[in-house]
Design a protein around this ligand. Structure first.
Ligand code: UD2
Length: 352
Protein backbone atom coordinates (compact mmCIF):
# COMPACT_ATOMS: atom_id res chain seq x y z
CA UNK A 1 0.00 0.00 0.00
CA UNK A 2 1.27 3.47 -0.76
CA UNK A 3 2.07 5.45 2.35
CA UNK A 4 -0.11 8.37 3.29
CA UNK A 5 2.64 10.92 2.79
CA UNK A 6 4.27 9.17 -0.11
CA UNK A 7 2.54 8.44 -3.35
CA UNK A 8 3.60 7.15 -6.69
CA UNK A 9 2.17 8.50 -9.91
CA UNK A 10 4.03 6.17 -12.19
CA UNK A 11 6.30 3.27 -11.33
CA UNK A 12 9.61 4.57 -10.14
CA UNK A 13 8.37 8.15 -9.83
CA UNK A 14 7.64 9.04 -6.27
CA UNK A 15 7.81 12.22 -4.26
CA UNK A 16 7.07 13.06 -0.66
CA UNK A 17 3.59 14.55 -0.52
CA UNK A 18 4.65 17.73 1.25
CA UNK A 19 7.27 18.69 -1.31
CA UNK A 20 6.29 21.97 -2.90
CA UNK A 21 7.20 22.64 -6.49
CA UNK A 22 9.63 25.38 -5.56
CA UNK A 23 11.55 23.04 -3.31
CA UNK A 24 11.26 19.85 -5.26
CA UNK A 25 14.10 18.69 -7.38
CA UNK A 26 12.10 16.66 -9.89
CA UNK A 27 13.74 17.17 -13.22
CA UNK A 28 11.93 17.11 -16.51
CA UNK A 29 8.33 16.19 -16.98
CA UNK A 30 6.17 19.21 -16.15
CA UNK A 31 3.00 17.28 -16.80
CA UNK A 32 3.97 15.04 -13.90
CA UNK A 33 4.84 17.99 -11.69
CA UNK A 34 1.49 19.57 -12.54
CA UNK A 35 -0.29 16.33 -11.74
CA UNK A 36 1.34 16.35 -8.33
CA UNK A 37 0.25 19.90 -7.71
CA UNK A 38 -3.31 19.19 -8.78
CA UNK A 39 -3.48 15.97 -6.82
CA UNK A 40 -5.30 16.27 -3.55
CA UNK A 41 -5.66 14.41 -0.35
CA UNK A 42 -9.30 13.55 0.11
CA UNK A 43 -11.43 11.96 2.76
CA UNK A 44 -14.56 10.14 1.63
CA UNK A 45 -16.94 9.51 4.52
CA UNK A 46 -19.16 6.57 3.70
CA UNK A 47 -16.45 5.66 1.21
CA UNK A 48 -17.30 1.96 1.25
CA UNK A 49 -20.92 2.64 0.36
CA UNK A 50 -22.60 2.74 -3.04
CA UNK A 51 -21.83 6.32 -4.09
CA UNK A 52 -18.85 6.88 -1.78
CA UNK A 53 -16.93 3.92 -3.16
CA UNK A 54 -17.35 5.22 -6.73
CA UNK A 55 -16.01 8.63 -5.66
CA UNK A 56 -13.09 6.98 -3.86
CA UNK A 57 -12.29 4.78 -6.85
CA UNK A 58 -12.33 7.66 -9.34
CA UNK A 59 -10.07 9.75 -7.07
CA UNK A 60 -7.60 6.88 -6.73
CA UNK A 61 -7.54 6.29 -10.49
CA UNK A 62 -6.88 10.01 -11.04
CA UNK A 63 -3.83 9.84 -8.77
CA UNK A 64 -5.24 11.46 -5.65
CA UNK A 65 -4.53 10.24 -2.11
CA UNK A 66 -7.71 8.83 -0.66
CA UNK A 67 -8.81 8.00 2.84
CA UNK A 68 -12.12 6.26 3.46
CA UNK A 69 -14.07 6.47 6.69
CA UNK A 70 -16.89 3.97 7.00
CA UNK A 71 -18.62 2.15 9.84
CA UNK A 72 -19.59 -0.67 7.45
CA UNK A 73 -23.23 -0.57 8.53
CA UNK A 74 -24.27 -0.30 4.89
CA UNK A 75 -20.86 -0.04 3.26
CA UNK A 76 -19.02 -3.17 2.18
CA UNK A 77 -15.34 -4.01 1.91
CA UNK A 78 -16.15 -5.68 -1.41
CA UNK A 79 -17.07 -2.22 -2.79
CA UNK A 80 -13.39 -1.31 -2.43
CA UNK A 81 -12.15 -4.43 -4.21
CA UNK A 82 -9.83 -3.56 -7.07
CA UNK A 83 -8.43 -0.42 -5.49
CA UNK A 84 -8.29 -1.23 -1.76
CA UNK A 85 -4.50 -1.28 -1.73
CA UNK A 86 -4.52 2.37 -2.78
CA UNK A 87 -6.86 3.72 -0.11
CA UNK A 88 -6.43 4.14 3.58
CA UNK A 89 -9.47 2.73 5.33
CA UNK A 90 -10.57 3.87 8.77
CA UNK A 91 -13.40 1.90 10.29
CA UNK A 92 -15.52 4.19 12.41
CA UNK A 93 -18.53 6.38 12.82
CA UNK A 94 -19.18 10.05 12.04
CA UNK A 95 -20.83 10.27 15.45
CA UNK A 96 -17.32 10.05 16.94
CA UNK A 97 -15.72 13.54 16.83
CA UNK A 98 -12.30 12.31 17.98
CA UNK A 99 -12.11 9.75 15.22
CA UNK A 100 -13.23 12.36 12.71
CA UNK A 101 -10.42 14.71 13.69
CA UNK A 102 -7.98 11.89 12.93
CA UNK A 103 -9.74 11.05 9.68
CA UNK A 104 -9.84 14.64 8.37
CA UNK A 105 -6.27 15.51 9.41
CA UNK A 106 -4.20 16.49 6.39
CA UNK A 107 -7.11 16.35 3.95
CA UNK A 108 -7.82 19.16 1.55
CA UNK A 109 -11.26 18.02 0.51
CA UNK A 110 -13.91 16.00 2.33
CA UNK A 111 -16.61 14.20 0.34
CA UNK A 112 -19.26 13.62 2.99
CA UNK A 113 -21.36 10.68 1.80
CA UNK A 114 -21.85 8.87 5.13
CA UNK A 115 -25.50 8.93 6.14
CA UNK A 116 -28.46 6.81 7.01
CA UNK A 117 -30.02 7.09 3.59
CA UNK A 118 -33.43 5.54 3.93
CA UNK A 119 -36.48 7.78 4.00
CA UNK A 120 -38.76 5.05 5.50
CA UNK A 121 -36.12 4.19 8.12
CA UNK A 122 -35.95 7.86 9.15
CA UNK A 123 -39.72 7.83 9.59
CA UNK A 124 -39.38 4.85 11.97
CA UNK A 125 -36.24 6.07 13.77
CA UNK A 126 -36.10 9.89 13.60
CA UNK A 127 -33.85 10.35 16.63
CA UNK A 128 -31.26 7.87 15.38
CA UNK A 129 -31.20 9.34 11.86
CA UNK A 130 -31.00 12.86 13.36
CA UNK A 131 -27.85 11.84 15.25
CA UNK A 132 -26.21 10.47 12.13
CA UNK A 133 -27.43 12.85 9.45
CA UNK A 134 -27.37 16.15 11.36
CA UNK A 135 -25.01 15.67 14.30
CA UNK A 136 -22.68 13.52 12.21
CA UNK A 137 -22.53 16.19 9.49
CA UNK A 138 -21.87 18.88 12.10
CA UNK A 139 -19.01 16.73 13.42
CA UNK A 140 -17.59 16.49 9.89
CA UNK A 141 -17.78 20.28 9.47
CA UNK A 142 -16.14 20.87 12.84
CA UNK A 143 -13.33 18.45 12.03
CA UNK A 144 -12.88 20.14 8.64
CA UNK A 145 -12.72 23.56 10.31
CA UNK A 146 -10.19 22.41 12.90
CA UNK A 147 -8.05 20.70 10.25
CA UNK A 148 -8.30 23.71 7.90
CA UNK A 149 -9.63 21.53 5.11
CA UNK A 150 -10.31 23.60 2.01
CA UNK A 151 -13.72 22.25 1.07
CA UNK A 152 -16.52 19.92 2.16
CA UNK A 153 -18.77 18.48 -0.56
CA UNK A 154 -21.97 17.11 0.93
CA UNK A 155 -24.41 14.48 -0.32
CA UNK A 156 -27.82 16.11 0.05
CA UNK A 157 -31.03 14.80 -1.44
CA UNK A 158 -34.09 15.61 -3.51
CA UNK A 159 -36.00 14.61 -0.36
CA UNK A 160 -35.64 18.21 0.81
CA UNK A 161 -38.31 19.22 -1.76
CA UNK A 162 -40.93 17.06 -0.03
CA UNK A 163 -44.32 16.82 -1.73
CA UNK A 164 -44.35 20.24 -3.37
CA UNK A 165 -46.02 19.34 -6.71
CA UNK A 166 -44.10 22.00 -8.67
CA UNK A 167 -41.99 20.50 -11.45
CA UNK A 168 -39.18 20.73 -12.19
CA UNK A 169 -37.70 21.20 -8.71
CA UNK A 170 -35.40 24.18 -8.71
CA UNK A 171 -32.91 25.17 -6.04
CA UNK A 172 -34.76 28.49 -5.70
CA UNK A 173 -37.83 26.68 -4.28
CA UNK A 174 -38.47 26.79 -0.56
CA UNK A 175 -37.61 23.34 0.85
CA UNK A 176 -40.67 21.65 2.34
CA UNK A 177 -39.45 18.22 3.46
CA UNK A 178 -42.04 15.76 4.71
CA UNK A 179 -39.75 13.11 6.19
CA UNK A 180 -37.18 13.28 8.99
CA UNK A 181 -34.60 12.38 6.32
CA UNK A 182 -35.51 15.44 4.24
CA UNK A 183 -35.48 17.66 7.34
CA UNK A 184 -32.05 16.29 8.25
CA UNK A 185 -30.58 16.91 4.81
CA UNK A 186 -31.87 20.47 4.57
CA UNK A 187 -30.69 21.21 8.13
CA UNK A 188 -27.26 19.94 7.21
CA UNK A 189 -27.32 22.19 4.13
CA UNK A 190 -27.97 25.18 6.41
CA UNK A 191 -25.00 24.21 8.55
CA UNK A 192 -22.85 23.99 5.43
CA UNK A 193 -23.83 27.47 4.34
CA UNK A 194 -23.18 28.86 7.83
CA UNK A 195 -19.75 27.22 7.97
CA UNK A 196 -18.93 28.71 4.59
CA UNK A 197 -19.94 32.18 5.80
CA UNK A 198 -18.50 32.00 9.32
CA UNK A 199 -15.42 29.86 9.30
CA UNK A 200 -13.89 29.94 5.86
CA UNK A 201 -14.52 26.26 5.21
CA UNK A 202 -15.75 26.10 1.61
CA UNK A 203 -18.89 24.00 1.35
CA UNK A 204 -21.02 22.69 -1.51
CA UNK A 205 -24.20 20.61 -1.20
CA UNK A 206 -25.32 18.30 -4.00
CA UNK A 207 -28.99 17.34 -4.01
CA UNK A 208 -28.94 13.88 -5.51
CA UNK A 209 -32.08 12.70 -7.26
CA UNK A 210 -32.52 8.94 -7.91
CA UNK A 211 -28.99 7.61 -8.26
CA UNK A 212 -28.47 4.14 -9.71
CA UNK A 213 -25.59 1.92 -10.78
CA UNK A 214 -23.28 -0.91 -9.78
CA UNK A 215 -22.80 -1.58 -6.05
CA UNK A 216 -26.25 -0.34 -5.08
CA UNK A 217 -27.60 -2.97 -2.76
CA UNK A 218 -30.88 -4.49 -4.00
CA UNK A 219 -31.29 -6.52 -0.83
CA UNK A 220 -33.47 -4.38 1.39
CA UNK A 221 -37.03 -3.09 1.19
CA UNK A 222 -35.47 0.40 1.20
CA UNK A 223 -33.32 -0.28 -1.86
CA UNK A 224 -33.61 1.85 -4.96
CA UNK A 225 -36.21 0.72 -7.46
CA UNK A 226 -33.68 0.19 -10.27
CA UNK A 227 -31.43 -2.04 -8.16
CA UNK A 228 -34.45 -4.15 -7.17
CA UNK A 229 -35.82 -4.38 -10.71
CA UNK A 230 -32.46 -5.29 -12.29
CA UNK A 231 -31.71 -7.84 -9.59
CA UNK A 232 -35.05 -9.53 -10.24
CA UNK A 233 -34.84 -9.27 -14.02
CA UNK A 234 -31.41 -10.92 -14.02
CA UNK A 235 -32.85 -13.71 -11.85
CA UNK A 236 -35.69 -14.06 -14.41
CA UNK A 237 -38.26 -12.94 -11.84
CA UNK A 238 -41.06 -10.41 -12.17
CA UNK A 239 -41.24 -7.04 -10.44
CA UNK A 240 -43.77 -5.23 -8.28
CA UNK A 241 -44.74 -1.69 -9.18
CA UNK A 242 -46.34 0.26 -6.36
CA UNK A 243 -49.21 2.16 -7.96
CA UNK A 244 -50.25 2.28 -11.62
CA UNK A 245 -46.68 2.73 -12.90
CA UNK A 246 -47.15 6.31 -14.06
CA UNK A 247 -45.06 7.59 -11.14
CA UNK A 248 -41.80 8.98 -12.44
CA UNK A 249 -38.29 9.71 -11.25
CA UNK A 250 -35.25 11.59 -12.51
CA UNK A 251 -32.74 8.73 -12.57
CA UNK A 252 -29.04 9.57 -12.74
CA UNK A 253 -26.17 7.13 -13.21
CA UNK A 254 -23.57 6.95 -10.46
CA UNK A 255 -20.62 7.81 -12.75
CA UNK A 256 -22.32 11.13 -13.50
CA UNK A 257 -22.76 11.75 -9.77
CA UNK A 258 -19.01 11.23 -9.36
CA UNK A 259 -18.40 13.83 -12.10
CA UNK A 260 -20.61 16.25 -10.20
CA UNK A 261 -18.64 15.65 -7.00
CA UNK A 262 -15.31 16.31 -8.70
CA UNK A 263 -16.65 19.52 -10.20
CA UNK A 264 -18.02 20.55 -6.80
CA UNK A 265 -14.62 19.92 -5.23
CA UNK A 266 -12.65 21.95 -7.71
CA UNK A 267 -14.76 24.78 -9.15
CA UNK A 268 -14.04 28.22 -7.73
CA UNK A 269 -16.69 30.65 -6.51
CA UNK A 270 -19.39 28.17 -5.51
CA UNK A 271 -18.92 27.94 -1.76
CA UNK A 272 -22.14 27.95 0.24
CA UNK A 273 -24.23 26.86 -2.75
CA UNK A 274 -26.57 23.92 -3.42
CA UNK A 275 -27.05 22.08 -6.71
CA UNK A 276 -29.54 19.58 -8.08
CA UNK A 277 -27.73 16.55 -9.45
CA UNK A 278 -29.88 14.67 -11.95
CA UNK A 279 -30.41 14.22 -15.68
CA UNK A 280 -33.35 16.60 -15.90
CA UNK A 281 -35.53 13.89 -17.47
CA UNK A 282 -38.34 11.78 -16.09
CA UNK A 283 -38.78 8.05 -16.58
CA UNK A 284 -41.98 6.36 -15.40
CA UNK A 285 -41.87 3.02 -13.60
CA UNK A 286 -43.75 1.42 -16.51
CA UNK A 287 -41.13 2.77 -18.94
CA UNK A 288 -38.41 1.43 -16.68
CA UNK A 289 -39.85 -2.10 -16.67
CA UNK A 290 -40.29 -2.02 -20.47
CA UNK A 291 -36.74 -0.76 -21.02
CA UNK A 292 -35.37 -3.47 -18.79
CA UNK A 293 -37.34 -6.08 -20.69
CA UNK A 294 -35.75 -4.90 -23.95
CA UNK A 295 -32.28 -5.12 -22.40
CA UNK A 296 -32.67 -8.64 -20.99
CA UNK A 297 -34.57 -9.77 -24.10
CA UNK A 298 -37.62 -10.90 -22.20
CA UNK A 299 -40.78 -9.14 -21.11
CA UNK A 300 -40.69 -8.46 -17.37
CA UNK A 301 -43.78 -9.69 -15.55
CA UNK A 302 -45.23 -6.78 -13.60
CA UNK A 303 -47.49 -7.02 -10.56
CA UNK A 304 -49.12 -3.82 -9.39
CA UNK A 305 -49.56 -3.19 -5.69
CA UNK A 306 -50.95 -0.30 -3.66
CA UNK A 307 -48.82 2.87 -3.77
CA UNK A 308 -46.28 3.06 -0.95
CA UNK A 309 -47.33 5.35 1.89
CA UNK A 310 -45.53 8.68 1.72
CA UNK A 311 -44.29 8.24 -1.86
CA UNK A 312 -44.30 11.31 -4.05
CA UNK A 313 -45.69 10.72 -7.54
CA UNK A 314 -43.33 12.62 -9.81
CA UNK A 315 -39.81 13.90 -9.43
CA UNK A 316 -37.88 15.96 -11.93
CA UNK A 317 -34.93 18.28 -11.45
CA UNK A 318 -34.16 21.64 -12.95
CA UNK A 319 -30.49 21.07 -13.76
CA UNK A 320 -29.70 24.50 -15.20
CA UNK A 321 -27.82 25.77 -12.15
CA UNK A 322 -25.50 22.76 -12.07
CA UNK A 323 -24.83 23.24 -15.76
CA UNK A 324 -24.15 26.97 -15.50
CA UNK A 325 -22.09 27.05 -12.33
CA UNK A 326 -20.59 23.56 -11.98
CA UNK A 327 -20.26 22.83 -15.67
CA UNK A 328 -22.05 19.57 -14.88
CA UNK A 329 -24.27 17.73 -17.28
CA UNK A 330 -25.17 14.05 -16.90
CA UNK A 331 -23.81 12.05 -19.81
CA UNK A 332 -25.14 8.53 -19.27
CA UNK A 333 -28.68 7.88 -20.49
CA UNK A 334 -31.04 5.80 -18.35
CA UNK A 335 -31.12 2.94 -20.86
CA UNK A 336 -27.32 2.99 -21.26
CA UNK A 337 -26.83 2.96 -17.49
CA UNK A 338 -29.36 0.14 -17.15
CA UNK A 339 -27.43 -1.92 -19.71
CA UNK A 340 -24.25 -1.46 -17.73
CA UNK A 341 -26.00 -2.37 -14.50
CA UNK A 342 -27.53 -5.50 -16.02
CA UNK A 343 -24.07 -6.63 -17.15
CA UNK A 344 -22.64 -5.90 -13.72
CA UNK A 345 -25.39 -7.70 -11.82
CA UNK A 346 -25.32 -10.67 -14.16
CA UNK A 347 -21.61 -11.09 -13.52
CA UNK A 348 -21.38 -10.22 -9.83
CA UNK A 349 -22.71 -12.55 -7.17
CA UNK A 350 -24.37 -10.71 -4.31
CA UNK A 351 -21.82 -10.18 -1.58
CA UNK A 352 -22.23 -9.01 1.97
C1 UD2 B 1 -35.31 8.40 -3.45
C2 UD2 B 1 -34.10 8.08 -2.60
C3 UD2 B 1 -34.23 8.66 -1.22
C4 UD2 B 1 -34.57 10.14 -1.27
C5 UD2 B 1 -35.77 10.36 -2.19
C6 UD2 B 1 -35.99 11.83 -2.39
C7 UD2 B 1 -33.25 5.93 -3.37
C8 UD2 B 1 -33.11 4.49 -3.06
N1 UD2 B 1 -33.98 6.65 -2.47
O1 UD2 B 1 -36.46 7.78 -2.91
O2 UD2 B 1 -33.05 8.48 -0.49
O3 UD2 B 1 -33.44 10.84 -1.72
O4 UD2 B 1 -35.54 9.80 -3.49
O5 UD2 B 1 -37.21 12.07 -3.01
O6 UD2 B 1 -32.71 6.46 -4.32
N2 UD2 B 1 -40.95 1.22 -6.32
C9 UD2 B 1 -41.66 0.20 -6.95
N3 UD2 B 1 -41.27 -1.08 -6.74
C10 UD2 B 1 -40.21 -1.41 -5.94
C11 UD2 B 1 -39.49 -0.36 -5.31
C12 UD2 B 1 -39.89 0.94 -5.52
O7 UD2 B 1 -42.62 0.45 -7.66
O8 UD2 B 1 -39.91 -2.60 -5.81
C13 UD2 B 1 -41.35 2.61 -6.59
C14 UD2 B 1 -41.60 3.43 -5.35
O9 UD2 B 1 -42.88 3.23 -4.84
C15 UD2 B 1 -41.37 4.85 -5.91
C16 UD2 B 1 -40.30 4.66 -6.99
O10 UD2 B 1 -40.29 3.26 -7.27
O11 UD2 B 1 -42.55 5.31 -6.53
C17 UD2 B 1 -38.93 5.06 -6.54
O12 UD2 B 1 -38.66 4.46 -5.30
P1 UD2 B 1 -37.18 4.42 -4.67
O13 UD2 B 1 -37.31 3.75 -3.34
O14 UD2 B 1 -36.22 3.89 -5.64
O15 UD2 B 1 -36.79 5.94 -4.51
P2 UD2 B 1 -37.57 7.21 -3.89
O16 UD2 B 1 -37.82 8.14 -5.03
O17 UD2 B 1 -38.70 6.80 -3.03
Amino acid sequence: MLGWTQRRLTPGFSVPWEVSVTRCDIVGDWAQVEAILLAMKALVTGGAGFIGSHIAERLVRAGHSVRVLDNFSAGKRSNLAGFSSDVEVIEGDIRDPKLLSVAVAGCEVVFHEAALVSVPYSVEHPVETHEINIRGTLNVLEAARAARARRVVFASSAAIYGDDPTLPKSEAMLPTPISPYGVEKVTAEHYLRAYSALYGVETVALRYFNVFGPRQDPGSPYSGVISIFVDRAVAKKGVTIFGDGHASRDFVFVADVVDANLAAATREGISGQVFNIARGQRTTLNELAAMLGRIVGREIAVTHAAPRAGDIVDSLADVSRAKARLGFEAKVGVEEGLEELVKYMASTPLSS
